[in-house]
Design a protein around this ligand. Sequence first.
Ligand code: AMP
Ligand code: MG
Length: 407
Amino acid sequence: MMLDVENALALTLALVQRLEPIEVALSGCLGKVLAEEVRADTDMPAFHRARVDGYALRAMDVQKAPAVLEVIEEIPAGGMPPRSVGRGQAAKIMTGAPLPEGADTVQWLEKTRPRSDGKVEILEPLGPGENIGYRGEEVKHGDVVLPAGQYVAPAQVGVLAMFGTARVKVYRAPRIALLSTGDELVEVDQQPTGAQIRDTNTHALGVAVKAMGAEAISLGIARDNPVELREKIRSALSADLVLISGGASVGEYDLVKGTLRELGAVVHYDRVAIKPGKPTIFATHGSTVIFGLPGNPVSSLTIFEVLVRPVIRKMMGFQRLHNPTVRAALGQPLPHKPGRQSYHPAWIESQGDGLIVTPLPSRGSSDLVAYSKSNSLLIVPKEASRLEAGVTVEVLLRDEFFQRGHP
Ligand code: AMP
Ligand code: MG
């Protein structure tokens, strides 16, 4: 059955479940999604504190600046001030240190001058409440500081630490089994002879999976031999997700679909109206989700971006499943044959006050070197024919867009 991209995505995602929550240490939650909300175990700030280095004093005493004040103590961050600041007095205070009783403002150190007799001269007046962080002004004890469903980036790790959450529940990332198929494939450290080629997909897909925070289990290469293929796939079925590359089309040695059926998997579709990547198989076996990806490296990576990444994100509890798409002006004309929605390797960048996208020259779905120069995929709608320069097109941003500068 051949599905449009949109229908294939909808059918696929409908059959994928979010995985269960697990508890992890702070160091293990980056890139995951919170399965519980986190509340503040304290006010923040937890006490009135100085926002700057300077002198805590009473604003009334410095209305007529310069004014000379007695320095009664020095309050470092981490110390509790034992004394109260009275009329005509000041306490030297460091950023983050608690405001002493009696003081109602903090003058910047730069606006003061110490005197040889131990007193301090306040050079400028200031109002009450300056340079003070009041208790609870940022967050109140019991407030939700991180909602369930929140993606954990470094700032969220900081928030967890701030409120003493050393362990937290996140949705488990999938265990993903990777299998390359093909009699022609040899390992990366082998010298191909005759018509052999090196296995590319296990490596590219393996790191793509790991970069998402999922676990990659490499099952290596299976020959185009029904028995070997069946045993390798069978051993993969305990994973959450199985990515098989090669053997997905209709050639005599394309055994993946038949083998999946023999093993009791349900094949939901075996072709998608997408270019590249038409021979894509999607199957399930119990709760295990299986993709048969086309063997050409650009095809398998494109299908990874369009179909597999959203599946992994759904398993991980993400609400937004897709990488962002943006609209950009096409930098040069692009021929297109109507019939399949195309994803063309492209370079997108800002130019003037907009975005411009340039399709990169490519020899097609085997041309991984061309693809490796791209930071995005230019989406050409199914029915479109030639696109003229300057028209607005949709562009799928890949991680490379955020990671890389200009070539
Ligand atoms: P297939 O989908 O098995 O018909 O393979 C399509 C093309 O992709 C063929 O040229 C294969 O040699 C190539 N191919 C298949 N698997 C891989 C792989 N793991 N790494 C690199 N190329 C592959
Ligand atoms: Mg093959």
